[in-house]
Ligand binder design. Structure first.
Ligand code: SF4
Length: 345
């Protein structure tokens, strides 16, 4: 059973839902863009946000952001322990320390004492890319990551400080999975999961889904952060989808659509894409299943099992609500007609 940690008003631990963390990516030189991004991530469903602190003046942004959003803000600190002290005093709800680049016990102890005084948690966040040497296998790297974190934990615990979260991120799924599984067997601190430096959008989605999904399905992980080389709102959307796929989170309406084959006589890919966009824009929150199926082979069956569904055939579209046919329409009008029925549910 993992401990509970409080990040602002957000409780994190075994008794609470898996939380979604986002990252602010806008340049700090443009405050309006930064605020816009933070608001968007809050609207998309982020429950905490992290921001990199590269210089002392970055710390001041926390107060500006706190006027605009209600999410807890975490300062991401590397190399300079003094930035951590400034971030704690400046109003951040949590800080992340990298055990591979803030290594002096004296400096870490000063940060821990400040965090304790301000009652804020520290995440010890190690990334595989932070090592200055290479490893023979994902296992050996994962073990070294856990060993480094274990030694760092002793510095914090020596000060009777236990408001700790840990992350062990590799740029590959295996290293990340082994490190987190190994850590979870030995320690009871909440884990923030992520795969770092995931590559292209598609690689990132696949690696995050397998890596985070695999660990979550073993009940390992309390916070997830999807990292993509893509706009930050995608990271929140993918994180929500991962949790929904594991039934750890209820999303709004979910489309169930077939992959199409030569039996399909309509442009189903386009129809599903258009309908998905309409749903996104509508901000409907009802957890409905909407089936959109290409033909009569599996179409009526799937459509009947959903809350509402459509099956195409002979260029016609038959709309089902549970067991009943409620409408017949066509390819041209299906988006509008189906949407009207969804809104009525
Ligand atoms: S529902 Fe019909 S069109 Fe879609 S994949 Fe199955 S057989 Fe093909």
């Amino acid at each position: 059973m993992t401990r509970t940690v409080k990040l602002g008003s957000l409780k994190i631990g075994a008794k609470y839902p898996v939380r979604i963390k986002g990252m602010l990516k806008s340049p700090y030189s443009n405050i309006d863009t930064l605020i816009k991004e933070a608001k968007l991530l809050e609207k998309e469903g982020a429950e905490a946000l992290r921001m990199a602190i590269k210089e002392e003046r970055d710390v001041k942004l926390v107060l500006l952001l706190k006027k605009e959003i209600t999410l807890p803000l975490v300062a991401d600190i590397h190399f300079h322990y003094r930035f951590a002290l400034k971030a704690i005093e400046g109003g951040f709800d949590g800080i992340r320390l990298n055990p591979l680049n803030i290594t002096s016990k004296k400096e870490v102890t000063r940060v821990v004492c400040a965090a304790k005084a301000h009652k804020i948690p520290i995440r010890i966040g190690i990334n595989s890319g932070g090592f200055k040497r290479s490893f023979g296998s994902p296992e050996s790297q994962a073990k070294e990551m856990v060993s480094v974190v274990g030694d760092y934990l002793k510095i914090l615990e020596k000060e009777n400080f236990f408001d700790i979260m840990v992350s062990l991120k590799g740029s590959d799924v295996r290293t990340t999975a082994i490190a987190n599984e190994f850590f979870a067997k030995k320690f009871d601190y909440p884990l923030h999961l992520g795969i770092t430096a995931t590559g292209t959008f598609l690689n990132g989605v696949v690696k995050s889904s397998i890596g985070l999904g695999g660990l979550l399905s073993k009940s390992i992980g309390n916070v997830i952060r999807v990292s993509l080389t893509a706009p930050s709102y995608w990271e929140i959307r993918i994180a929500k989808q991962i949790l929904a796929a594991l039934s750890l989170r209820k999303l709004g309406p979910e489309i169930i659509s077939c992959p199409t084959c030569s039996r399909c006589e309509v442009d189903l890919i386009k129809i599903v894409d258009k309908f998905d966009k309409a749903l996104l824009q509508s901000h409907l929150e009802k957890p409905l299943h909407i089936a959109i199926m290409g033909c009569v082979v599996n179409g009526p069956g799937e459509a009947r099992q959903a809350d509402i569904g459509v099956a195409f055939g002979n260029k016609k579209a038959v709309v089902f609500k549970k067991d009943k046919i409620i409408k017949q329409t066509d390819e041209k009008n299906i988006i509008t007609d189906l949407f009207k029925e969804v809104e009525r549910l």
